[in-house]
Design a protein around this ligand. Structure first.
Ligand code: NAG
Ligand code: NAG
Ligand code: NAG
Ligand code: NAG
Ligand code: NAG
Ligand code: NAG
Length: 587
């Protein structure tokens, strides 16, 4: 019995490995985590999030797919394995919502059934065509394991939830040719229309080693032609996955329909870099006459490109929310525990709380903020005002530490004691965060929060700031430390990185650094400097019990800091299993 089981396991492992080597290895994300011992199911239940989106069970490489707002309903599709909590057998799953927080799961929307997608229905986007007609473009893995682009259309436009999707027989619409590698040709964007009335979409690719957003054009959304030049490409990185391309107004926080272009907008091109599995973006101009994107700053080192999130975050996608006139960002957070943990949990992969995004008033970067709807889950406010954070630890009592929303303003009366900044460290924020961690005293900082902390701080995650002086300006470092020293979890086998970023802010003028932190069992989303830098982390505390998860403010610097505002709320559970009949649609 035992030995037959073992050979069974060996067979299963071999099956996965062989599959990877033979079919999947050159193409798409496959995760083979180190195996660990079983974790107790009581603990693993504690890791399930209460208000972040996830389906009732199983694997999502939640590449958010085809997010859209249509006739009063928000749609989210996602990459889903209906049979398991590890990657494989990829379908499009579908959920709908009227507030982006509470969701009703529907039947699977797109199944791998046709020669053009029989080996997987991969990432894609929705476009609303004139006359409120949504369509989906997605990547299919065809019979020959080539990546091709397909269209799916609603099976019944009178169904307010668009439950059925049909794949016309004229698929595929785009196939890899003319030097495009069939393993590097995927993830169509939402379409936009130029002044000539023709549609465009971009696709992720790698051409002769250059990361590329290919451009395709069409008059009818069915017959597509590749443009002579890509929308943009760069030799600073390899394969670009999940490109996203959209306008943002220069003034104000409103979102714009993807087709808008004028002198009053800037354009954003986002690419998910397969190496190092992180989302980067560029601000620039869309030159419609040449049909190319011209970035403001085409640094030839991708580490200098902007990022949505300096922690764990991948395969993101935005959409224009016509209901509230805003642009919303979704992004996938994968697990940092092991594959055997995922099997024990019965699920893997979650989504961020959707973020509204807009251009910073200085025009140098995007700003992100959790959508206002998440505030409907806030309960039991705890607040403090005008509190002096002297050196040491200060527990915030009365907050449900495993499920909370925290907002703090750290005010700095004087910047005199800031330590000098070593300019050779300018590209080194994460390393600096790990060398000068929460236990290393500085002139100003480290100060911040300890979250998901156990009774005696054996486990906790530190989110903190440190202020340096570079010539006559202050430089603000923001860190999230999951390592052993900070001990987010006592479990040794987990991935526990240190994340860090410098905030682009004028501290002399603003005088305070704000932090908002969303805590939800195994995820911590941090928004520094009013949303100018985000760091998201996954953590799996072992001593975690919902009743004894603590929250602290701390200051380990030699100057005291004023807490000019502290507000926190326990968060109610979101409803992720609403029945369709209970969704109230307001058009
Ligand atoms: C799940 O697995 C079962 C058994 O292997 C199979 O019959 C079924 O078709 C699978 N479901 C899907 C949606 O692939
Ligand atoms: C289309 O959807 C509407 C509204 O849900 C429903 O009444 C109708 O029966 C559907 N038509 C078909 C052919 O399924
Ligand atoms: C790749 O990028 C380099 C540097 O920008 C450029 O010289 C080269 O022509 C590019 N290759 C292709 C195939 O576009
Ligand atoms: C998923 O998580 C693992 C472990 O933390 C990490 O090594 C990998 O890069 C992640 N993948 C993505 C796409 O985020
Ligand atoms: C603050 O620094 C002291 C001394 O290095 C250290 O023992 C303590 O753990 C630090 N506090 C935090 C929250 O890291
Ligand atoms: C803590 O979580 C467990 C498991 O989800 C639940 O059964 C229990 O009622 C919770 N206790 C409190 C006090 O919330």
């Amino acid at each position: 019995m035992a030995s037959s089981c073992r050979s069974c396991l060996v067979w299963v492992l071999c099956f996965f490995l062989c599959r990877c080597l033979v079919f999947v290895e050159p193409s798409r994300r496959v995760f083979l985590y180190p195996q660990s011992q079983e974790i107790s199911s009581i603990v693993s239940k504690q890791y399930r999030t209460a208000y972040h989106f996830q389906p009732p069970k199983n694997w999502i490489n939640a590449d958010p797919n085809g997010p859209m707002y249509h006739n009063g309903v928000y749609h989210l599709f996602y990459q889903y394995n209906p049979n398991s909590s590890v990657w494989g057998n990829i379908h499009w799953a579908h959920s709908v919502s009227t507030d982006l927080i509470n969701w009703a799961p529907l039947d699977l929307a797109i199944h791998p059934t046709k020669p053009f997608d029989i080996n997987g229905c991969w990432t894609g986007s929705a476009t609303i065509l004139p006359g409120h007609q949504p369509v989906i473009l997605y990547t299919g893995m065809n019979r020959d394991n080539q990546q091709v682009q397909n269209i799916a259309v609603p099976g019944n436009l009178s169904d307010p939830f668009l439950r059925e999707w049909t794949k016309p027989d004229y698929n595929p619409l785009m196939t890899p040719s003319d030097g495009i590698h069939p393993d590097m040709f995927r993830d169509p964007t939402t379409g936009w229309r130029g002044a000539d009335g023709h549609w465009r979409v971009a696709l992720g690719a790698e051409i002769s080693g250059n990361g590329t957003a290919l451009l395709y054009k069409s008059e009818d959304f069915v017959r597509w032609q590749r443009a002579d030049s890509p929308l943009h490409s760069s030799s600073a990185s390899g394969m670009w996955e999940c490109p996203d391309f959209f306008p943002v107004p220069i003034e104000g926080r409103e979102g714009l329909d993807t087709s808008v272009n004028s002198k009053d907008v800037r354009h954003v091109l986002k690419m998910s870099l397969m190496e190092p599995q992180s989302d980067y973006y560029m601000l620039g101009t869309y030159d419609e006459t040449r049909d190319i994107f011209v970035p403001d700053n085409a640094a030839d080192d991708y580490r200098m490109w902007l990022r949505y999130d300096y922690g764990k975050f991948y395969a993101s996608k935005t959409f224009f929310d016509a209901k509230k006139k805003r642009r919303i960002l979704w992004g996938w957070l994968n697990e940092s525990d092991t594959e055997s943990d995922d099997i024990a949990k019965g699920w893997a992969g979650i989504q961020i709380i959707p973020r509204k995004i807009w251009l910073d008033s200085r025009g140098r970067q995007l700003v992100q903020w959790p959508i206002e709807e998440v505030e409907s889950l806030r309960r039991n406010e705890v607040h403090l005002h005008g509190f002096e954070l002297t050196t040491g630890l200060h527990e915030i009592k009365g907050v449900k530490g495993s499920q909370a929303d925290v907002e703090v303003d750290f005010e700095l009366p004087s910047l005199d004691r800031a330590d000098p900044f070593d300019p050779t460290r300018a590209m080194d924020a994460p390393k600096l965060c790990s060398q000068e961690d929460a236990s290393v005293r500085g002139g100003i900082g480290p100060f911040g929060l300890l979250v998901l902390a156990s009774e005696n701080l054996e486990e906790h995650t530190a989110i903190f700031f440190r202020v340096y002086r570079e010539q006559n300006t202050a430089k603000v470092l923001m860190c999230s430390d999951q390592r052993r020293q900070s001990r987010s979890s006592l479990r040794p086998e987990l991935d526990k990185p240190v994340y860090g970023v410098f905030l682009d802010m004028d501290l002399e003028k603003e005088r305070k650094i704000s932090l908002r932190t969303l805590i939800d069992h195994s995820v911590i989303e941090n928004f520094g400097g009013k949303g100018r830098a985000c760091i998201t982390a996954r953590v799996y505390p072992e001593l975690f019990l919902n009743t004894s998860s603590h929250l602290y403010l701390f200051n380990n610097g030699s100057s005291s800091v004023m807490i000019s505002r502290f507000q926190s709320w326990g968060m109610a559970k979101a409803h992720l299993n609403i029945k369709l009949k209970d969704l109230v649609i307001e058009n």
